[in-house]
Design a protein around this ligand. Structure first.
Ligand code: CMP
Length: 140
């Protein structure tokens, strides 16, 4: 297995409840290393671009409104097989279906307010990282 990078967002439902450190503890316990991290207020344009693939979905407006409703923490994670490893640590999109011990089982409020985002492929991870980080912001 190769060392990979993946992109993560700690979403407004988590920052609002002061859970950044609690989420990061689960990430680090899983063996992933946080090699880039920034707390930002996402703009409407950033959220619409980031979730562009979902623009035709009925929940798109709600998703963009939620992601701009408060601060988020954007992150670059590194580790063995990081894309799949982080998806396992996050748990299912719908917290009702998430396995015990996963971030979404522990913290998510609903399918929309589900605490974290993680890239679904190495290719998308690179695209997503590039939207929020330059190499100068990342130290592995
Ligand atoms: P994320 O991994 O950030 O990628 C797309 C997001 O859309 C997903 O997490 C959910 O938060 C959100 N989402 C998916 N399905 C729904 C839904 N039915 N209603 C509201 N939001 C949704």
């Amino acid at each position: 297995m190769a060392v990979q990078r993946t992109f993560s967002i700690i979403k407004p439902d988590a920052t609002e409840r002061n859970l950044t450190g609690a989420v990061n503890a689960v990430i680090e316990k899983a063996g992933l290393r946080i090699i880039g991290q920034r707390r930002i207020q996402m703009t409407q344009a950033q959220a619409e671009r980031f979730y562009g693939v979902h623009s035709e979905r009925p929940f798109f407006g709600e998703l963009v409104a939620f992601m701009t409703s408060g601060p988020v923490v954007v992150q670059v994670l590194e580790g063995e097989n990081a894309v799949a490893a982080y998806r396992e640590v996050m748990g299912a999109t719908n917290p009702a279906e998430a396995a015990d011990g996963t971030i979404r089982k522990l913290f998510a409020k609903s399918i929309g307010e589900n605490t974290v985002h993680g890239s679904d492929s190495e290719e998308n991870a690179a695209i997503e990282i590039e939207q929020f980080f330059t190499e100068a912001d990342i130290a592995g």
